[in-house]
Design a protein around this ligand. Structure first.
Ligand code: ADE
Length: 408
């Protein structure tokens, strides 16, 4: 069996929630005659989502959402299957990256699934001629949802998009445990350095930052958090982490991991303060958090290894992982989030795509929450798989919770 097929088979066995949705889709064929266009990280778990949509009758056209995150053998395996066309390629140049997006759009998708919003961006800029073919879309990640909300605020978004990222069944598991475990795993497997006893600086204390800080602490790291939001900074403090500005953390950190989704987090102001041997990685969607361009232009020398570029600045060695791109997928050995968390996120994706296919025409253009019935269904399916039973509200409790008249 081809390596891509073996990877997909490996992932599939740990994705029981998506399997049960696939069985349902096989019976109901809800996407019959429909084209779904996707720009996601093309790796094994994503392939299982694609299979699920195709089992429901869809034709899928997919490309990557990051030039370094595609696994070529998985992209190849997808192309051998009926109803699937993959244009993703690892190491794509900017032109090749957008050519892949254009090929997806050439198929005139009725439903889009994005991770970072590049498909929707292209649709609303260079490819407006096919906007009318689109019923709606789904967005996987925090950065994509930020961009979509900015579009919606300006009245620029022309169809409904479901913010998969923002729903509890995504955030509580994917952002916290997925980003936490997979980013640290990528740092460890790329560098082979010990986390225990090291000072790990986590930039940003959103769901991803929280996951990373907790997991790093559980490995024995001394964790520093940097934040701009006073409430999150206080939360990090009360969760037991050191809190300080990046200007102060720069001199102390051994390993830096950015999770903010914002630009200019570690810059020329910080590099000269850092210890020689410092390791810098980014866990946010785009490569804008660490100013790698400045290092490329100003370093005295650069040594390039697989997944690690070392910049020498006035005798100080700074090691940047995966060119500052999201470390859990873009470093050569990065595998992305653990399979079980993507099972949940992609189960939400599959059911949200179904919701768009069925009800998209009734929804207004803009950003929409995942319907809570979908979120709960995914949670219940997972509890069933785990064999976990939970309590149910009694009628009395339901009354109590919806009443305002009962007091002391
Ligand atoms: N694998 C596929 N999509 C992913 C994502 N958004 N984050 C991490 N791993 C992934």
């Amino acid at each position: 069996m081809h390596s891509g097929d073996l990877k997909i088979r490996w992932a599939r066995q740990y994705m029981p929630v998506l399997s049960s949705i696939r069985e349902r889709f096989e019976q109901e064929k809800p996407f019959a005659g429909m084209t779904i266009g996707m720009a996601l990280h093309v790796e094994a778990k994503t392939a299982v989502l694609v299979e699920t949509l195709v089992a429901g009758g869809a034709e899928v056209h997919i490309t990557g959402c990051n030039p370094l995150s595609t696994q070529d053998d998985v992209s190849f395996a997808l192309n051998t299957r009926e109803g699937i066309h993959s244009y993703a390629k690892r190491g794509a140049t900017v032109e090749e990256y957008y050519a892949g997006i254009d090929r997806v759009l050439d198929a005139r998708p009725a439903v889009t699934i994005d991770d970072g919003m590049d498909l929707i961006h292209r649709l609303h800029t260079e490819r407006r001629e096919i906007l009318d073919a689109v019923i709606g879309g789904c967005e996987e990640t925090t950065t994509g949802v930020h961009r979509l909300r900015a579009m919606a605020r300006e009245g620029a978004l022309r169809f409904p998009v479901i913010a998969v990222n923002d729903t509890p069944m995504k955030r509580f598991f994917d952002n916290v445990h997925g980003t936490g475990e997979s980013s640290l795993a990528a740092v460890m497997i790329t560098t082979n350095v010990l986390i225990a006893g090291r000072r790990v600086v986590v930039a940003g204390y959103g769901y991803c930052g929280r996951g990373l800080a907790q997991k790093a602490r559980s490995l024995g790291a001394r964790v520093i958090v940097t934040e701009v939001d006073p409430r999150r900074a206080l939360q990090a403090h009360m969760d037991g982490f050191e809190v300080m500005p990046m200007d102060a953390a720069a001199a102390l950190g051994d390993i830096f991991i950015t999770t903010t989704g914002n630009t200019g987090i570690i810059t020329e102001r910080h590099f000269p303060k850092m210890k020689s041997g410092a390791i810098l990685a980014n866990a946010g969607h785009f490569d804008v958090e660490i100013d790698v361009d400045w290092l490329e232009r100003n370093a005295d020398a650069v040594e390039r290894r697989e997944g690690i570029n070392t910049y020498i600045l006035d005798g100080t060695a700074l090691h940047v992982l995966a060119e500052g791109r999201l470390v859990n997928l873009a470093t050569p050995k990065g595998m992305g989030h653990p399979i079980e968390v993507m099972d949940l996120s992609f189960a939400v994706q599959a059911l949200s795509a179904l919701h768009i296919a069925r009800h998209g025409r009734e929804l207004s253009p803009g950003v929409h929450d995942v319907p809570s019935a979908i979120d709960e269904e995914v949670a219940r399916l997972k509890l069933d798989v785990l064999g976990l039973a939970i309590d149910r509200l009694t009628p009395e409790q339901e009354d109590y919770m919806s009443s305002w008249t009962i007091g002391t």
